[in-house]
Write a protein that binds this ligand. Structure first.
Ligand code: SOE
Length: 397
């Protein structure tokens, strides 16, 4: 553990739902466990409803609140704008913040369309030339086991990549009477399981393998077409008023897609919030000429590795507990074997972002990398609309 550095990085955070809570926790914690060149200060929390906002600000430790996000962007006392709102607002807030010279952290997916994401990536590139940094919140990259998986692939542990399998399985919509939420409205969320959770595995596979997805063939389905308009929310889902009015779900519940990577390797992807029993099973398997790697977020402190070069009869998957000082991020935390949780991925993301800002370098995933993910999502939707025809992903920025 280290003592806080005196130079502040003054943060304005917009949105105080699930992601607002996760980011606030990370902003409060990062400099206490990592040596950072700047100390985050939670200045202003912005949200729509003043009542709940004040309670959230007190709980998360913000000094002030506002119901206008513009106040955060215009405030000369704020250095960084953290966007934790639904996708339909990302573009406007990010463009305004970058124009005002604020560093930006924007939740994933970057935007609701490729056109919006392109504008944001253009603005981020221009801002970077003025020393303004931006990062898109694909937080799972900072799971120690997944960062370790990337390192292993880079070191050649799997050899030549042969096959990729990626799934993101949740079950909070399996109940047909789970209530309507913004995540089920196309206008607000952009897409359903595809953009909400499929985006994570698209980003991770491209990042871990260092290879872009070049074309896709996809199918989307909305399995429960209407949901109770009102109900008691619990976590992401909850119990809707089954006897009351129902509203139309305008996004996909399930997305299945095949991909062809730049080196010709095929991958299968699955994103669903209908997988009863699977709570947050984000799984990635990579198979190569010399070995394999398998990960499941429900066991996030472990990575399974398979060494095909081991002597015959001694081969088999090994469960590596990724809590050793040799593993990414782990040394900053607890003694070996004392695992980490979901919230640590955000703490690592913020630590890396603050370090990049302090050092004057561009952090990753950049808006350009997030645009690449957006193009893959759009290609899956276009393929679905065209009878699952193989569809090329647009050019890499
Ligand atoms: C909801 O499905 C969700 O909260 C995603 O939006 C997050 O990105 C993921 O981390 C957990 O699930």
């Amino acid at each position: 553990m280290t003592s806080p550095s005196p130079r502040p990085l003054r943060v304005g955070l917009i949105g105080h739902g699930f992601m607002g809570a996760a980011h606030s926790h990370a902003w409060r914690t990062a400099h206490r466990f990592f040596d950072l060149p700047l100390t985050p200060e939670l200045r202003t929390l912005a949200g729509r409803s003043r009542e709940t906002l004040t309670a959230s600000a007190e709980r998360y430790g913000f000094a002030s609140v506002t119901t206008r996000w513009q106040d955060v962007v215009e405030d000369p006392e704020i250095d960084l704008v953290d966007i934790c709102t639904p996708g339909d607002t990302h573009r406007e807030i990010a463009l305004a913040a970058l124009a005002a010279g604020k560093h930006v952290l924007c939740e994933k997916p970057l935007a609701n369309s490729v056109a919006e994401a392109e504008e944001m990536a253009d603005a981020a590139r221009a801002a970077s030339a003025r020393g303004v940094r931006s990062l898109c919140g694909f937080s799972y990259r900072r799971t120690p086991a997944l960062a370790f998986a990337r390192r292993l692939v880079e070191e050649g542990f799997v050899g030549d990549l042969r096959q990729v399998r990626a799934q993101y399985l949740q079950d909070w919509l399996a109940d047909a009477d789970a209530p309507m939420t913004w995540r089920l409205e196309k206008e607000t969320a952009g897409s359903g399981a595809l953009g909400d959770i499929g985006a994570h595995v698209v980003d991770l596979v491209q990042w871990i393998t260092g290879t872009d997805i070049e074309s896709v063939s996809g199918t989307l389905a909305t399995v429960v077409p209407t949901r109770p308009a009102a109900g008691a929310m619990q976590g992401l889902g909850g119990k809707g008023d089954a006897a009351g009015e129902r509203r139309e779900v305008t996004v996909d519940d399930t997305a299945l897609f095949s991909v062809r990577l730049a080196d010709g390797v095929l991958g299968s992807f699955e994103a669903t919030r209908m997988a009863q029993g699977r709570k947050n099973a984000m799984r990635i398997e990579l198979h190569g000429s010399d070995g394999a790697i398998a990960f499941d977020f429900e066991r996030m402190n472990e990575l399974e590795t398979y060494d095909a070069t081991a002597p015959a009869g001694r081969q088999g998957f090994t469960r590596v507990l990724t809590t050793e000082p040799e593993h990414p991020y782990a040394a900053a935390w607890w003694p070996t074997g004392h695992g980490l949780g979901y919230e640590h991925t955000f703490t690592h993301e913020i630590a890396d972002l603050v370090r990049a800002i302090g050092e004057g370098t561009d952090p990753s995933p950049s808006f350009d990398e997030a645009l690449r993910v957006q193009r893959v999502l759009a290609a899956v939707e276009a393929s679905h609309a065209d009878d699952s025809r193989w569809t090329a992903v647009g050019p890499t920025p």
